[in-house]
Ligand binder design. Structure first.
Ligand code: PMP
Length: 392
């Protein structure tokens, strides 16, 4: 068995697909210190720049002082603290859902929802570019999994045709994690209504960023609980904390509480994290300037990249991928940027399809114009062949 791991690892190494752990010694806004160097990060998911906000830190410290660190148990034993309850209430109100249920991670939330709602004999449709944990959840559920080409609502509609009498659920990322584009949510909601299928949206990258109130891609699309009965989103990205939640009707939340194994059989998140996340929800709602600043940085970056002829994907979210093609080119580009004190991850297969390796550039309200300009200046000096796609 260990031999198999060694073989697979060697295969990855030969294809420039090996991922290396980097230890960050210190974080200071968008600046990270690693190996004695100070790097400007364009790869975190801290889209609103809240991870180091004094109010989050104060809430975290206060709760740790009062309650200690660990929740000491699963929610259904004695781990469900008032900080969790208050956060669930705030998340439900913000997203316009009846109730919300906290999970320790987004990965677990998606496994929990799909394992609970689906069973053998059911049909699960998913966008080809959905996050890995949505795919894993469907596979674990035993339902038939069909993946439609990215954002192709007509193809999804055709996949319903062989459904027979099976119950069906369609799951999609709200904002796609590696491409940054937004799913055709209104069309998918209409399709699910026609097919009497349940629509589930993973809004890990939309919550906090999209919608005038920051309530995410569903709020931006004007879709309520009736149209999208299952909303999942995370607390570790724009909210700067950790964990996740599922929001929807009381019967959805009651059912998950009773049946979702990744909810039941795991330790509840530390109450101090829940308290910090509540502070983050309040800031994400009240400090609208964060979304405005982020939007201005996105526009500045896209304008500058277009002037340089860089092959950006059509994304208006905080995720701005630069498509480079093969893994070698993406790795070389990432290394080149690091020489310019910029940290941008090279995303390679299997995270993205072969031939679609890229730099996943993420912008944040923590970035200033000067940071964006620094990135653009370094991108301008990318050596060939990374620069060659500019000509196409
Ligand atoms: N869904 C999406 C779309 C994600 O990008 C991620 C995290 N990368 C997750 C779910 C998992 O969330 P978490 O990191 O909280 O496990």
């Amino acid at each position: 068995m260990l031999h198999r791991l060694a073989t697979l690892t060697a295969e990855r190494e030969s294809g420039q697909l090996l991922r290396r752990l980097r230890t960050i010694d210190h974080a200071d806004g968008p600046w990270l210190e690693s190996g004695g160097r100070r790097l400007l990060s364009f790869c975190s998911n801290d889209y609103l720049g809240l991870a180091q906000h004094p109010q989050l830190i104060a809430a975290f410290k206060r709760t740790a002082d009062d309650e200690g660190v660990g929740s000491t148990s699963a929610h259904l034993i004695c781990g469900h603290r008032r900080e969790h309850a208050a956060l669930e209430e705030a998340l439900a109100a913000w997203t316009g859902r009846d109730r919300a249920l906290l999970f320790s991670t987004g990965y677990m939330a998606n496994l929990g929802v799909l394992q609970t709602l689906l069973a053998r004999g059911d049909l699960c449709l998913q966008d080809k570019l959905n996050h890995a944990c949505l795919l894993d959840g469907a596979q674990l559920s035993g339902a038939e999994l069909k993946r439609y080409p990215h954002a192709d609502v007509a193809a999804a509609a055709r996949q319903f045709s062989s459904r027979g009498g099976a119950a069906a659920l369609l799951a999609t990322d709200g904002v796609f994690s590696m491409d940054g584009d937004v799913a055709p949510l209104r069309e998918l909601a209409d399709l699910c209504a026609r097919e009497q299928a349940t629509l589930m949206v993973d809004d890990a990258h939309g919550l906090g960023v999209l919608g005038s109130d920051g309530a995410g891609s569903l709020s931006a699309a004007g879709l309520g609980q009736h149209e999208v009965p299952v909303l999942m989103a995370t607390l570790g990205k724009a909210l700067g904390c950790a964990g996740a939640f599922v929001a929807g009707s009381a019967s959805l939340i009651d059912g998950l509480t009773q049946l979702a194994r990744p909810y039941i059989y795991t330790t509840a998140m530390p109450p101090a994290v829940a308290a910090a996340a509540l502070a983050a929800v309040q800031l994400a709602q009240s400090e609208t300037w964060r979304r405005e600043k982020l939007a201005a940085s996105i526009a500045r970056f896209r304008r500058g990249a277009a002037e340089l002829g860089l092959p950006l994907l059509p994304s208006s979210s905080a995720i701005q991928p630069l498509l480079l093609g093969d893994a070698d080119t993406a790795v070389a580009a990432s290394r080149h940027l690091e020489q310019h004190c910029l940290l941008v991850g090279a995303i390679r297969p299997p995270t993205v399809p072969a031939g679609k390796a890229r730099l996943r550039i993420t912008l944040s309200a923590a970035h200033d114009d000067a940071h964006v300009d620094q990135l653009l200046a370094a991108l301008e000096t990318l050596p060939a062949p990374a620069a060659s796609p500019r000509r196409v």
